[in-house]
Design a protein around this ligand. Structure first.
Ligand SMILES: Cc1cc2nc3c(=O)[nH]c(=O)nc-3n(C[C@H](O)[C@H](O)[C@H](O)COP(=O)(O)OP(=O)(O)OC[C@H]3O[C@@H](n4cnc5c(N)ncnc54)[C@H](O)[C@@H]3O)c2cc1C
Length: 499
């Protein structure tokens, strides 16, 4: 990339964006700022290209949302994703307000062979939803949830966050599986699978999708459900953003009491081995209505804790013996479990200042927590040398296991746990030693792991990504060949076309 030209473009756009207040307001509400010069950009294959000023202006004028260029006042916040250590600069950002905007952006990307990133909640650990020098199609301006309480269906637009969906659905006493942090995007979470506190009862988020509306790489609007484009319907449930941009999800909702039993039971970290042994047994026999996450968290022995995080959505009268059992795992030092609002529980892990910390995460799938695995975890955690570390296992099993591995593109149906090792650091410190520590530690854990969650993709090789689709890989390649033969949508757990 010609750095001098990049700076010149930025300056020119900055001037356009800092025009008097009336124009500034127009830039925020659309139409976009005037494009002052040609723009250097990158194709999907990494070649340098120049986008003509007039063509970019035409794109900007065709959108209901904004086209943001470097220097535009809204560009800085839009280019970021949740992981503050990802610092990429797209050449342009199309903030889409609806299907028509997505079609315009996709047409522009395809016609220019641009490297294309699609952002919903921006939670991809590895920053797949942003890029250097390409086009970011930002869906965060396309958030809407419509609940049909009679049909028990939610129609959720492609840029919505999980919190939007929980909030609207639960107000009708209805719910579907969503992840554990409310500012995660419905888009990325759903397309990769979708684990959450209710997944043991209602299945993965994809198991509750009745249909999709999407814009495919040819810019066409399509529906994908059991009768229309059933190949896409299958592939979008676990195959990620490989096949198009989903503008709307149709979810099956379930009746659920809004008050659940939630909270954490905490034990001293020096009882980690016995708590993990308890968890290994009890988590397998627990009722589907119980989601029980394990978290070891701390930065020094003095403030470290092992906790079991509870979400029980069954009849409250059945909860007492379950809680007694959980509390018997060790010496209880913290206990916050009680009746609480489900939507509040779903927000309890939200992060206020997401821009202040960098993080690096490795995760995988497991069907059991073997004594060897427990030993490895306990030793690794003891050796973390005062770092801010979290080792967690999300609880799977239940309804997730009762779907055939080839019924959707998500093949890992024997998963009972998703172990995650997370390290974070203040964004102004050097990340290298933290990342090196985690990679080294993960080497000891990796032999136990049976595949990984594509939504937690971090730096796996293409071979590992291909193999991770297991028996569904060949069918995914066929569908990719049909719908995205030029691999326009490649910033994901990529299914590479072979045509
Ligand atoms: C704090 C945190 C908590 C998490 N908790 C959970 C959890 O409880 N359960 C769980 O299953 N996962 C969880 N995850 C992982 C999460 O599923 C992934 O990070 C997921 O990619 C997030 O989706 P997003 O839309 O926020 O991400 P983005 O970074 O915006 O997008 C991720 C990928 O999805 C694609 N994409 C997004 N929206 C669309 C769309 N509408 N159409 C086509 N492609 C699209 C993007 O192109 C990109 O490849 C968590 C992650 C974080 C950081």
């Amino acid at each position: 990339m010609n750095r001098r030209r990049f700076l010149r473009n930025s300056l020119a756009t900055a001037v356009a964006a800092s025009l008097p207040a009336r124009d500034g307001l127009a830039a925020l509400l659309g139409p976009s700022a005037k494009v002052a010069a040609d723009i250097d950009a990158i194709t999907g294959d990494g070649a340098e290209i120049t986008l003509g000023r007039a063509a970019v202006q035409e794109l900007a004028d065709s959108l209901r949302g904004n086209l943001l260029l470097p220097g535009h006042e809204a560009y800085e916040s839009a280019r970021h994703v949740i992981n503050a250590s990802i610092d990429k600069h797209p050449a342009l950002i199309a903030q889409c307000r609806g299907v028509a905007d997505v079609q315009k952006a996709v047409d522009f990307a395809r016609e220019s062979s641009l490297l294309t990133a699609v952002k919903c909640g921006g939670h991809s650990h590895s920053g797949k939803s942003t890029c250097n020098g390409g086009l970011m199609i930002d869906l965060s301006t396309h958030r809407h949830v419509h609940v049909d309480p009679k049909a028990k269906i939610a129609r959720v637009s492609g840029g919505s966050l999980l919190g939007d969906m929980d909030h609207e659905s639960m107000s009708f006493g209805l719910v579907t599986t969503a992840g554990t942090v409310s500012h995660t995007g419905v888009g990325g979470l759903t397309l990769g699978g979708g684990f959450g506190r209710l997944a043991r009862r209602y299945g993965l988020t994809i198991d509750n999708v009745r249909g999709f509306e999407l814009v495919t790489p040819d810019g066409q609007f399509r529906r994908a459900n059991a009768s229309e484009n059933p190949d896409l319907y299958w592939a979008l449930r676990g195959g990620g953003g490989n096949f198009g941009i989903v503008t709307s999800f149709e979810f099956q909702l379930h009746e659920m009491d809004r008050t659940v039993i939630g909270g954490i039971v905490g034990f001293p970290i020096n009882e980690a081995r016995q708590v993990l042994e308890f968890y290994a047994d009890y988590s397998l026999e627990a009722p589907d209505e119980l989601g029980l996450e394990m978290l070891m968290v701390g930065s020094s022995p003095a403030n470290s804790l092992i906790t079991l995080a509870v979400c029980y959505c069954g009849p409250h009268r059945d909860m007492d013996p379950i809680l007694t059992k959980i509390r018997s795992a060790g010496t209880v030092v913290v206990d916050t479990v009680g009746a609480m609002d489900y939507v509040a529980l779903q927000k309890s892990g939200d992060v206020n200042d997401v821009r202040a910390i960098g993080s690096y995460t490795k995760s995988g799938f497991l069907s059991e927590l073997s004594p060897d695995f427990i030993d490895t975890i306990v030793r690794s955690f003891e050796a973390r040398e005062g770092r801010t570390t979290v080792f967690a296992t999300q609880h799977a099993g239940g309804a997730i296991n009762r779907v055939a591995p080839n019924a959707t593109a998500f093949p890992h149906r024997n998963v009972n746990y998703i172990p995650l090792l997370i390290i974070d650091w203040p964004i102004d410190s050097d990340p290298q030693e933290h990342i090196a520590w985690l990679k080294q530690t993960w080497k000891a854990i990796e032999p136990h792991i049976q595949g990984f969650y594509t939504n937690d993709l971090i730096d796996e090789t293409q071979k590992q990504v291909d193999e991770n689709y297991l028996g569904n890989y060949d069918r995914l390649v066929e569908i990719k060949n049909r719908w995205d033969p030029t691999n326009l949508f490649r910033l994901n757990a990529n299914v590479r076309p072979t045509v």
